[in-house]
Design a protein around this ligand. Structure first.
Ligand SMILES: Cc1cc2nc3c(=O)[nH]c(=O)nc-3n(C[C@H](O)[C@H](O)[C@H](O)COP(=O)(O)OP(=O)(O)OC[C@H]3O[C@@H](n4cnc5c(N)ncnc54)[C@H](O)[C@@H]3O)c2cc1C
Length: 303
């Protein structure tokens, strides 16, 4: 599974997935938008011009500017590259709509999942009043506390973002060290994100706000007003690949995790892979298969 092979699969898939989801959920939360990445030097400009004919990159390059294209709003004296097949998903809205739909179907509960109440048998799973054939854990970095999967090398990576108000910024995502993306609402943008490894402290920090403000000031010339600051924790893996598959001993206890920094892009494609595998139609590719970490499992220290 090469990088370009993966990109060629996941990007077309996610466009259909989020568009179909918008139709199903009757709400707009997916905003396809090109990304503009200013060059920082003539050398970088030359490298991109040379590489842009490469088949693995060609499908993603919309345009290359050799001189400033957005000089009134951005710092781009060497021009930049416009990348297509990209966009912004309002994840909060998407999740609200999905959970709303599942609630209507009496298929959603919001509560702490207590592992002590889970009973696992070879052909069925019981949790409180529920009985199922399989259970899929999608518990993000909290997998580190999941007795079935705490042996996996899932590492938390905290990140913070800002939602801001700004005016007269073109409808394009600016990205260089930090991104500034239009949200689909008038004068509303999101700036992100920080990478704060080694902390799972909840809440926002002034350090992250200052870092984002400083980085975006190097990218964009326009003033902005901060509306809100958000934080979250990404579940990362050492090889930057998701983890899919069964627990070594309990085949019906399944994990879907390790989406790292790209969950919005990876989840549509790989959740479909997981479903195909559960129906017995396909194998999970080895690069994302839990099997690659099996040597770390020791039955004595874990469930
Ligand atoms: C700052 C930031 C920036 C990001 N930027 C991007 C981006 O640019 N592009 C992109 O594609 N993705 C981005 N992401 C998403 C990121 O890539 C992750 O992949 C994604 O959040 C992981 O999703 P998940 O559903 O696997 O885990 P999570 O989002 O962590 O969800 C796991 C859920 O399980 C719940 N849970 C865990 N244990 C229990 C329990 N015992 N009982 C009940 N509930 C439990 C948690 O409360 C949580 O709601 C970003 C994330 C952050 C935080």
């Amino acid at each position: 599974m090469t990088k370009s092979w993966l990109a060629d699969l996941i990007f077309p898939f996610l466009f259909d997935f989020y568009k179909d989801s918008e139709n199903l959920l009757n709400k707009r939360f997916f905003f396809p938008q090109s990304i503009y990445r200013p060059f920082i030097s003539v050398e970088e400009q030359n490298e991109w011009v040379a590489q842009s004919g490469d088949v693995s990159i060609k499908n993603f390059v919309e345009n290359i500017f050799l001189s400033s294209a957005f000089g009134l709003v951005a710092n781009d004296p060497f021009g930049g590259i416009v990348i297509k097949q990209s966009g912004y998903v309002n994840v909060k809205l998407f999740m609200q709509r999905v959970s709303g739909l599942l609630m209507e179907k009496h298929s959603y509960r919001e509560e702490y999942f207590d592992f002590k109440k889970l009973e696992t048998g070879s052909d069925k799973i019981i949790y409180q009043d529920l009985e199922a054939t399989n259970i899929i854990f999608c518990d993000g970095f909290r997998a580190t506390e999941n007795p079935f999967f705490n042996w996996l090398p899932i590492r938390p990576l905290k990140g913070e973002t800002l939602s801001v108000f700004a005016k007269e910024i073109p409808d394009i995502i600016f990205n260089r060290g930090v991104y500034l993306a239009p949200t689909g609402r008038e004068n509303s943008y999101v700036i992100g994100a920080t990478y704060q490894p080694g902390t799972t402290n909840e809440g926002i920090t002034s350090e992250a706000r200052v870092e984002l403000e400083e980085k975006v000031a190097k990218l964009i010339k326009m003033p902005f007003e901060i509306d809100h600051q958000y934080w979250g924790i990404r579940p990362t893996t050492p090889d930057r690949r998701p983890i899919l598959g069964s627990h070594p001993r309990y085949k019906n206890v399944i994990i879907f995790n390790g989406l790292g920094t790209k969950g919005v892009s990876l989840a549509p494609y790989f959740s479909n892979v997981l479903m195909g595998w559960m129906k017995g139609e396909i194998e999970i590719p080895k690069e994302v298969n839990i099997e690659r970490f099996k040597a770390l499992y020791s039955g004595s220290s874990s469930v």
